[in-house]
Design a protein around this ligand. Structure first.
Ligand code: UDX
Ligand code: ADP
Length: 460
């Protein structure tokens, strides 16, 4: 039964990266056996159930098609390591919270534990694929640990960063802009690299599969995220200027984005970027630059995070100022809590910061979100005495002084705004942190509307 598979692939870490990525490889390549393991037993049980641990459009179908056929979720790490030819590692690499580099550098303890575990269990040569985003030169550390057995077994370490974005992961995996594979430029390094190229070439045009040395590959991932985040901080910084000068950020973004050298994407002004990657990766980059004495370069990238913090705080101050400088005992409804639409993930969501600041101002919060309410409860635990979590946006808004959009869910674009307005305390305030509703229409209904980077529309 086992021999029917051409190759055996293992992924260590069944999170937002490991789960969908391996599901896609299994879906596209029935000739390979794919096992995904995690130390978190609950997570694995969920991957084996009808309620997958992450919400991602299109993921259910792919998992259902491959699970039990050539895709297996398990907690038996030792057995899986022994029988696999290629091991993808996508364990978490959070920012360090202690010691040297606290708040900046990546915490590599899970990564190192994994390397040692592979070394302990492996009985045959293996290709190790670094999938988590890691600081430059981590693969070298991995290599050192793996070769500490005096070369009895040969391990080849590759870097293959994942560029998927949450909410669009399935499309990003099926039609990626590029797949990047970094390897050592030795004979065995290039052989291992070509083996990984062949796996992706099952469904991706080879012209889109690019290769480099390991360090450049690791750095490219961090730099891609830094560039994307920098676009958002750039447009958000200009949104602050637009609010002071009555220019319209959407018009500015459109005019700028029409320049084909700049392009339209990632120019949506917002309450700030969130997600598990952008801040973490930029802080890694900043740490790396400081380590090499490049303080000007470090300061440059650090300012991307600073503008993001400024944008979140600015939003809170705008709310406070508009609502007569007090939010005490005022019911305020937050629409959305996920860090972006089409995910239930709230890691680094700007909504967390904004909710905490509004709680400090003694507002009463009502939070609604179609997929992230459970996470919101965890994010605000111990400080949510004055917070309610409500599924239905109409019920959530009823009796409130203000609505603030945190997440650009399509659902919020076309609600019955007359009904919502009628159910609120007057004057009714609407803060659109994502510029997704028709501001003029809401103003005509009676709302005082505060978009991002555009003149406010008020009745007083
Ligand atoms: C990001 C990268 O896009 C992806 O390539 C990488 O692999 C992981 O990090 P992700 O964090 O899942 O993906 O989502 P992304 O779509 O990049 O959005 C990040 C944040 O930026 C979200 O909070 C989003 O709302 C915000 N954003 C995005 C804006 O505020 N404005 C924009 O124009 C685009
Ligand atoms: P990402 O967004 O990068 O995928 P996640 O936090 O969603 O990050 O997933 C990382 C997963 O790795 C978690 O489910 C965690 O339990 C798992 N993990 C961490 N360390 C190990 C380990 N040593 N062995 C197996 N799984 C691990």
């Amino acid at each position: 039964m086992e021999t029917r598979f051409e190759k055996k692939l293992l992924c260590i870490g069944a999170g937002y990266v490991g789960g969908p990525t391996m599901a896609m490889i299994a879906y596209k390549c029935p000739q390979y056996k794919i096992t995904v393991i995690d130390i978190n037993h609950k997570r694995i049980a969920e991957w084996n159930s009808d309620n997958l641990p992450i919400y991602e459009p299109g993921l259910d179908e792919i998992v259902k098609a491959a699970r039990g056929r050539n895709l297996f979720f398990s907690t038996d790490v030792d057995k899986a390591i022994k029988e696999s030819d290629i091991i993808f590692v996508s364990v978490n690499t959070p920012t360090k919270t202690f010691g040297v580099g606290a708040g900046m550098a990546a915490d590599l303890q899970y990564w190192e534990k994994t390397a040692r575990h592979i070394l302990q269990c492996a009985e045959s040569p293996k290709i190790i694929v670094e999938k988590s985003t890691l600081p430059v030169k981590t693969a070298l550390a991995m290599e050192r640990i793996l070769t500490s057995n005096n070369n009895k077994i040969h391990f080849e370490v590759l870097s293959n960063p994942e560029f998927l974005a949450e909410g669009t992961a399935i499309n990003d995996l099926e039609n990626p802009d590029r797949v990047l594979i970094g390897s050592r430029q030795t004979e065995s390094g290039i052989k291992a690299r070509d083996e990984l190229v062949e796996i992706y070439a099952n469904w991706i045009n080879k012209q889109r599969i690019i290769t480099s040395d390991i360090w450049s590959s690791e750095l490219s991932k961090i730099v891609s995220n830094a560039f994307l985040a920098q676009r958002i901080s750039s447009i958000n910084s200009i949104s602050a200027l637009c609010e002071k000068t009555d220019a319209d950020i959407n018009d500015v973004a459109r005019a700028v984005g029409f320049d084909s050298r700049i392009g339209m994407k990632f120019l949506n002004a917002s309450i700030g970027f969130g997600g598990s990657c952008f801040k973490k990766d930029i802080l890694n980059l900043v740490y790396l630059c400081r380590y090499y004495g490049l303080n000007e370069v470090a300061d440059y990238w650090d300012s991307v995070v600073k503008i993001n913090d400024f944008q979140k705080e600015r939003f809170v101050i705008n709310m406070l100022t508009a609502m007569f400088n007090t939010l005490v005992n005022k019911k305020i409804c937050l629409w959305g809590f996920a860090f972006k639409a089409n995910t239930g993930d709230t890691r680094e969501s700007p909504a967390i910061y904004i909710a905490k600041r509004l709680i400090e101002e003694k507002a009463e919060l009502v939070i609604t979100d179609p997929k992230a309410l459970e996470r919101a409860r965890i994010d605000l635990q111990n400080i949510d005495a004055n917070v309610k979590y409500v599924e239905d946006p109409y019920e959530a808004a009823s009796g409130s002084y203000a609505i603030a959009i945190m997440t650009e869910w399509d659902l919020y674009k076309n609600l019955n705004y007359e009904k919502i307005y009628n159910s609120m305390i007057k004057p009714a305030f609407f803060f659109d942190g994502r510029n997704i509703v028709d501001h003029q229409r809401l103003f005509e209904i009676g709302f005082n509307v505060f978009p991002i980077g555009k003149p406010a529309l008020t009745h007083f």
